[in-house]
Design a protein around this ligand. Sequence first.
Ligand code: NAD
Length: 282
Amino acid sequence: MTNIGVIGSGAMGSGIAQVAATAGHTVFLYDNNPSALERAKSSLGKIMARLVEKGRLTPKASQEIQGRIHYTDSLYQIEAPGLVIEAIVEDLMVKRNVFEQLESIVPHDCILATNTSSLSVAAIAAACKTPERVLGIHFFNPAPLMKLVEIIPAVQTGEHELHKAKALIDSWGKTTVVAKDTPGFIVNRVARPFYGEALRILDEGLADAATIDWAMTTLGKFKMGPFTLMDYIGNDINYTVTETVFQSFYYDPRYKPSFTQKRLSEAGYLGRKTGRGYYDYR
Ligand code: NAD
């Protein structure tokens, strides 16, 4: 079983680490913020305890999964990975820096993947000397529960690397779909109007967030309303993705971001993760 490196231990990275460890891999979970690593470790402990309580996992299996994840604040401690998945902040320059560093650390045949929601995979791959080993592997939140994973080859990605990565993610019990390297890929592009129109309805004063969410869940039969979902994803992430998609489609007004969300994000009202967003979770 190949070792897996995961970069970033936030909402996505910690979930991806859990998925890979559950599939039997030794995982190195790296974050440059030690308190994020502690949060990830304690949150995984709670998730595992709940699974044991519900009878979905034996105590032994839970211990083994947790034992397979190594938490580190040094990139150099990721041991001989066959695949590294990056899930850090949605910022092209920061991601490019990490990929550039990674290339000098990992084995020459290690596949490098980004979990970006909206950035150009080609632009990330271009930071590497061997861009043919770079591709997008886009998990959805929460990674352990969401079956779908988008696999995004950049123009530089090699066929062999694409098939190897896809086969590995398929072997983790996920359903993969290969998507083109365009802003938002498939799901995040389709989802833009869902959030955007909800925000316009709110901004025009036609209904409040709770009413819109209620209408979409009770009448529309969606699992979550748009505001509950944005608070779950994180308003910082959701706003940045909208902004990137808007810019990338040459400022097509269909994707125009909302000032309401921008202000929430600037105020640190990021949703569940900070206790406050469209709703108050404190
Ligand atoms: P998050 O804010 O929860 O976590 C990001 C983590 O990365 C933090 O722990 C932070 O300390 C760490 N980090 C930041 N810069 C770093 C660096 N240079 N080196 C090492 N660690 C660094 O973010 P998230 O919600 O997990 O999103 C991560 C990525 O996944 C983003 O690209 C996002 O677009 C994508 N994504 C997010 C969701 C979602 O619903 N939140 C879904 C799919 C994809």
